[in-house]
Design a protein around this ligand. Structure first.
Ligand SMILES: Cc1cc2nc3c(=O)[nH]c(=O)nc-3n(C[C@H](O)[C@H](O)[C@H](O)COP(=O)(O)O)c2cc1C
Length: 402
């Protein structure tokens, strides 16, 4: 694996067409980045019949071990150290954050800062947003040897995606979507996957999914909310729609939405028949979800059988920070994770959060010190696990130092 180490500061991205949440302060850091490798345009097209494409899609998925527990793409949040933390705690595959195909093609600084990986970071989906097939292909060629799928973001519902004309706004232009998928499917050496939202009408969703499969998509992740259902806490994902897509298609289908703990994972797999699940928001609070840990919110008072899992979010922050020392990323990402991981802890000691907010330049020393301070103040919010001896053993195994 070709990796280089470069020192950099966060990019002054003026392009407003990124699918991004409000940015944290930006500070200097150093980062492991993808080595610039020459790439040749014009690899042989793969004009296979529908049947053999489906067979190849399954052969590829099987070769990857048919991962079921998957880290969803998250701008500024599913970066390398976070993916590695989730993988340690049971995630079997992961998506990068969405990368902007045009900026990725044009800007070496963006490439080296926003996409980093390592040998153990597999299976990996690298996700792009795009509205131009040639630009998408150019970006995809740069990453294809470092990943298992190049994924097209067809689900971003934010205003910024409307302005940039990508993500879920391409649902209004299916011929363009088709051309994006066809371009990659006939020119790349790795399979193409897509992540979509559902249409309000099931029949539209099914036609859409079928069109993607016919265009050469080898794996489809379905977020069971519509473009207008932006708030994941307010709108439940429609698992019935996901089930209908799974029944309609022949390629592997992944389900996304309403996965907050392992019971949800099992229910979702059973109810939808999907080949795997993606989780996003819950992992930010609890990266150990796929190892069977859950936050107190999901352990009701009358539910016996859940015990202190001997792992908590401060432990996970420390593990995450160590991974960030090993695999540097922009500080805005680190800051965001610390806020999300320690949210419950900060509610008990709000002045510690204020001190973090007041710190415009972060250091690892400051962040490790912050965790120590919370512990000294007596804060502890455990993650819970099912009380079986197996669970207790796995808690011990999980706590082995990185
Ligand atoms: C912080 C954050 C960033 C996200 N960024 C992306 C992204 O880059 N690409 C994408 O396809 N979806 C993105 N999403 C959507 C998630 O991948 C996922 O589809 C959505 O949150 C629903 O899953 P959940 O119910 O498990 O949160 C993002 C979600 C969050 C919370």
């Amino acid at each position: 694996m070709a990796l280089t180490t470069t020192t950099h500061s966060d990019p002054p991205l003026n392009d407003d067409s990124l699918c991004s949440l409000p940015q944290q302060n930006q500070e200097d850091c150093s980062s492991s980045s993808l080595q610039e490798t020459p790439f040749s345009m014009g690899s042989p097209g793969k004009y296979l019949s529908g049947v053999s494409r489906v067979e190849m899609a399954w052969a590829h998925w099987t070769k990857l071990g048919r991962p079921k527990f998957i880290v969803a793409p998250m701008v500024d949040n599913s970066e390398l150290p976070f993916r590695m933390l989730c993988r340690k705690y049971g995630a079997e595959a992961a998506y990068t954050p969405m990368l902007h195909s045009r900026i990725f093609s044009e800007n070496p600084k963006y490439r080296s800062e926003e996409f980093t990986t390592c040998n153990e970071d597999r299976p990996l989906f690298v996700q792009f947003c795009a509205n131009d097939p040639d630009t998408l292909l150019e970006a995809a060629r740069r990453v294809e040897s470092y990943c298992d799928y190049v994924d097209i973001n067809l689900g971003c519902p934010q205003r910024i995606a409307r302005r940039g004309y990508y993500g879920a706004f391409l649902m209004d232009n299916l011929p363009l979507v088709k051309s994006l998928v066809e371009k990659l499917a006939s020119n790349l050496n790795v399979p193409v996957s897509c992540k979509i939202r559902v249409f309000p009408k099931l029949e539209d969703t099914l036609k859409y999914a079928k069109m993607l499969e016919d265009a050469g998509c080898s794996l489809l992740a379905v977020h069971g909310r519509t473009r207008d259902e932006k708030d994941g806490k307010k709108f439940r994902a429609d698992w019935n729609a996901i089930k209908a897509v799974k029944n309609e298609l022949r390629i592997p289908v992944l389900a996304n939405g309403n996965v907050r703990h392992m019971d949800d994972v099992q229910n979702c797999l059973e109810e939808t028949g999907a080949d795997g699940v993606l989780s996003a928001e819950t992992l930010l609070e609890n990266p150990a979800l796929f190892a069977g840990f859950r936050t107190a919110d999901w352990v009701s008072d009358n539910e016996n059988g859940y015990v202190d899992g001997k792992l908590d979010q401060a432990d996970l922050v420390v593990e995450y920070l160590k991974l960030c020392e090993k695999y540097p990323v922009p500080w805005r990402m680190i800051r965001s994770h610390v806020h999300k991981l320690l949210g419950d802890w900060f509610r008990l000691q709000p002045q510690v959060r204020e001190d973090l907010n007041a710190q415009s330049r972060l250091t690892f020393e400051f962040l490790y010190g912050l965790v120590d301070r919370l512990r000294e103040l007596g804060v502890r919010v455990p993650l819970h696990q099912k009380d079986t001896s197996a669970a207790r053993d796995s808690a011990e195994v999980s706590r082995i130092e990185l």
